[in-house]
Ligand binder design. Structure first.
Ligand SMILES: Cc1cc2nc3c(=O)[nH]c(=O)nc-3n(C[C@H](O)[C@H](O)[C@H](O)COP(=O)(O)OP(=O)(O)OC[C@H]3O[C@@H](n4cnc5c(N)ncnc54)[C@H](O)[C@@H]3O)c2cc1C
Length: 315
């Protein structure tokens, strides 16, 4: 959600606080809001916890022509080392409750894994696929997060959104035009506020054992300490493959990418589609490494990989 507007230089610090409220932060370092832990600062930063606050902030930022970008859990983001010259909205809408038999209401700022646990505690099945996916519920909706043959789009009954004019509306899953790691929100820039999930009644022990099984598989393949953004590139649609996707990781591995390094960024040794920050990586290291990986796959297979990770700022 970046709008190509230039920050109006004429607004003073006190005018900005008057416009956006006393909680507005200035020159906020963004690394700690991402799992990569890299990148520069945001000129302005604001945590928002309700549809009303999001709506007002959007309208105010339009009035003052301030570019906006939303951040959830920061687990799919690469922030430029030069930061972001605009306003970062950190979506912090909370709430997780069982509405009736198989319906769960969840704020967009809730952690996805907390939702998975909550559904298991209530003997509801349908979210096990999301076990071990980092980030917030809002971020998962935006990119239609998925794994092991499931995706978040499958279990959505209703979503509350705020559009770019600040209107608050309720929509169903069809409205969001979900696709593979894709949704209408990538174009419309609408903000997810909360979601009503429709699950099915299940057996608690079976749900738990499926969750444990998936977490155990992930532990073998993923850097669970969270110094990556998961898969850097999207898999390639292919009906012949399991789950209908040719794993980008397989191509990257065959192209000899495992272990490649640029500065503090390295291709994870157990999974060639994951870049990890070895502790001192910059975002520029990560971007350069991703370019090398892309080039290798293009040269060997003639396939142009597409980024799953979303970039903020200038690269
Ligand atoms: C170890 C690891 C494993 C992973 N495994 C998987 C996996 O198996 N499958 C998978 O799909 N992903 C995976 N990921 C990637 C990531 O966890 C998901 O993409 C996640 O859904 C991103 O959510 P987030 O809240 O962190 O989003 P962010 O990284 O904060 O943001 C991503 C995008 O979502 C937008 N966004 C955030 N919140 C909202 C909102 N409320 N409304 C509208 N837009 C919003 C942002 O503007 C941004 O464009 C993995 C990541 C890690 C670190």
């Amino acid at each position: 959600m970046v709008e190509n507007l230039t920050v109006k230089p004429s607004l003073s610090r006190s005018e900005m606080i008057e416009a956006f409220g006393a909680e507005l932060d200035f020159d906020k370092e963004l690394g700690s809001f991402t799992t990569f832990k890299t990148g520069g600062s945001a000129r302005y930063f604001l945590k928002v916890n309700s549809a009303k606050a999001v709506s007002e902030t959007i309208q105010t930022s339009h009035r003052y022509q301030i570019p906006l970008f939303l951040v959830g859990g920061g687990s799919n983001l690469l922030v430029s080392d030069s930061g972001f010259d605009g306003l970062i909205l950190k979506i912090d809408v909370k709430g997780l409750e069982l509405v009736s038999g198989n319906l769960i209401f969840c704020g967009a700022g809730e952690n996805l894994m907390a939702l998975v646990d909550f559904s298991a505690d209530n003997s509801l099945t349908g979210l096990e696929f999301a076990s071990g996916i980092f980030g917030s519920v809002g971020g998962a909706i935006f990119g239609n997060a998925g794994a092991y043959g499931g995706e978040i789009a499958d279990i959505i009954k209703e979503i509350t959104l705020v559009d770019m004019d600040g209107n608050i509306k309720k929509v169903d899953a069809n409205y969001c035009e979900f696709g593979y790691r894709d949704s209408l929100l990538k174009k419309s820039n609408e903000v997810v506020i909360d979601v009503l999930f429709e699950l099915s009644a299940g057996e608690k022990t079976e749900i738990r054992s499926r969750i444990d099984e998936i977490l155990a598989i992930r532990e073998k393949k993923h850097p669970i300490e969270g110094n990556s953004a998961g898969s850097f590139f999207k898999n390639i649609p292919d009906p012949k493959e399991k789950y209908g996707k040719l794993p980008a990781g397989r191509l990257l591995e065959q192209a000899g990418c495992k272990g490649l390094k640029v500065g503090g960024a390295q291709v994870y040794e157990k999974h060639a589609n994951i870049i990890v920050n070895r502790g001192n990586a910059t975002s520029s290291d990560i971007r350069k490494l991703a370019d090398i990986m892309k080039e290798r796959v293009s040269e060997k297979f003639g396939i142009l990989l597409e980024e799953e990770v979303i970039q903020i700022g200038q690269f």
